[in-house]
Write a protein that binds this ligand. Structure first.
Ligand code: GLA
Length: 394
């Protein structure tokens, strides 16, 4: 999206120039499904689709918002922040303002223009990108001393406690700290992370949006979290030292797994094996073994389908199509599941053929027209000062 166009729109709406342009990306998770809130490991990349926010201070204690895509405005007062049932899209900004105030940061009013390139309800973290962009806006305009990890935690808190989705920490992490051409290997317990250079020459990540909106996603997601907590509680009777499902070894699973009700047994098995797959994937990627990494993507999908039960027929079909095409090394659902997107690791020269095949087979079986995005591993959130014109990290 052209900066000049956005600045012009800003001037028309607010009759002044923006001070900063903030950009925060969406993400895909290469592997590590539903492991983050179990203190486990994940391996996301930021994608080259960003939420753009143009911002400047106002001298009132008001946050004024204008969403350019929906041509809708909304405002709220910093002295009285409540959920908006009508303008749900503004709840992310409200939640961030509230989280900052609760943590005793001093923030002032701002006038905001939003244009997001991240598709919504597709499992690409459009909400985390809005949260991170909002946080950075406050940080820049109110000169907040706040460390990246603190920002990530606050953004997650806003989503958990204000918006009401009990998400883990991965999406906000990836949106803020990703790096071009690298994946982020995150230990969601310690929050230590490492960049892995992605040597995938000749291959790309292709995202296919199933166009099945993640219906009931929020409630089913929260249900999975509860199941993990319930399983943990039962297992702690036998293994009092464990703090999260991340602490369960293959041996523990063998020994105590059968004390769990069948459904919980499946959930735990997924988490234990998926964590191991992330660690193995990290090693394979370091060694540039992308074929073996692709194999882990397929196994991850199978486990999300059969053990964690968060896939859908449409997502399974998309993965199956990939398996039968030449040049596809791996495929899996990304994000929470229950709809949304599948990602493929595919040879560049085979992308068009894969797309044609999907349009044909998927189109006939589902009556849906999937969308494709070829994504590149991109950098995390950054800020342009409209005065200097140069981008810089926060
Ligand atoms: C959503 C959540 C993340 C993570 C994934 C599943 O994207 O926001 O925290 O739990 O689902 O891996």
């Amino acid at each position: 999206m052209k900066k000049e166009y956005l600045i012009k729109q800003y001037k028309t709406i607010y009759k002044k120039s923006p001070t900063y342009i903030i950009r925060a990306p969406g993400r895909i998770n290469l592997i590590g499904g539903h492991t983050d809130y179990n203190d486990g490991f994940v391996l996301p990349i930021a994608i080259d689709k960003y939420t753009n926010m143009l911002v400047s201070k106002n001298n009132e204690k008001k946050i004024r918002l204008y969403d350019l895509k929906y041509k809708e405005s909304n405002e709220f007062d910093l002295d009285n922040i409540e959920l908006s049932p009508q303008k749900k899209w503004s709840n992310y900004q409200r939640g961030i303002a509230k989280a900052l105030l609760d943590a005793e940061y001093e923030i002032g009013g701002m006038d905001v223009l939003i244009l997001s390139e991240v598709p919504e309800g597709a499992g690409l973290s459009s909400s985390a990108s809005i949260e991170i962009a909002t946080l950075l806006s406050f940080k820049k305009l109110s000169d907040l001393e706040i460390k990246p990890i603190e920002m990530i935690k606050l953004a997650r808190k806003a989503e958990n406690e204000f918006v009401g989705v009990d998400c883990g920490i991965m999406d906000q992490f990836a949106s803020l700290l990703s790096k071009e051409n690298h994946a982020l290997f995150i230990d969601c317990r310690t929050l230590n992370f490492q960049y892995i250079h992605l040597s995938i020459q000749g291959y790309s990540f292709l995202v296919c949006n199933s166009m099945v909106k993640r219906k009931l996603a929020e409630s089913s997601y929260n249900k999975r979290r509860r199941e993990c907590r319930d399983a943990l509680k039962i297992l702690q009777k036998y293994l009092p030292e464990i703090k999260a499902l991340r602490d369960i070894s293959f041996d523990d699973l063998e020994r105590y797994g059968s004390f769990l009700p069948g459904k919980l047994q499946k959930r735990v098995k997924h988490v234990v094996y998926e964590n191991e797959r992330v660690i193995q994937s990290y090693r394979e990627l370091l060694q540039e073994n992308i074929e073996r990494f692709g194999g882990f993507m397929y196994r991850s999908h199978q486990s999300l389908k059969e053990l964690y039960e968060v896939s859908t027929e449409e997502l399974d079909l998309l993965v199956e199509i990939g398996k039968n095409e030449t040049g596809v090394l791996g495929a899996r659902l990304t994000g929470a599941g229950f709809g949304g997107c599948v990602i493929y690791l595919v040879k560049n020269s085979c992308i068009e053929k894969l797309k044609e095949k999907i349009l044909d087979v998927y189109g006939k079986k589902t009556d849906l027209v999937p969308q494709f995005y070829k994504v590149v591993p991109s950098r995390g959130a950054y800020v342009y000062s409209t005065e200097s014109g140069f981008p810089h990290y926060y």
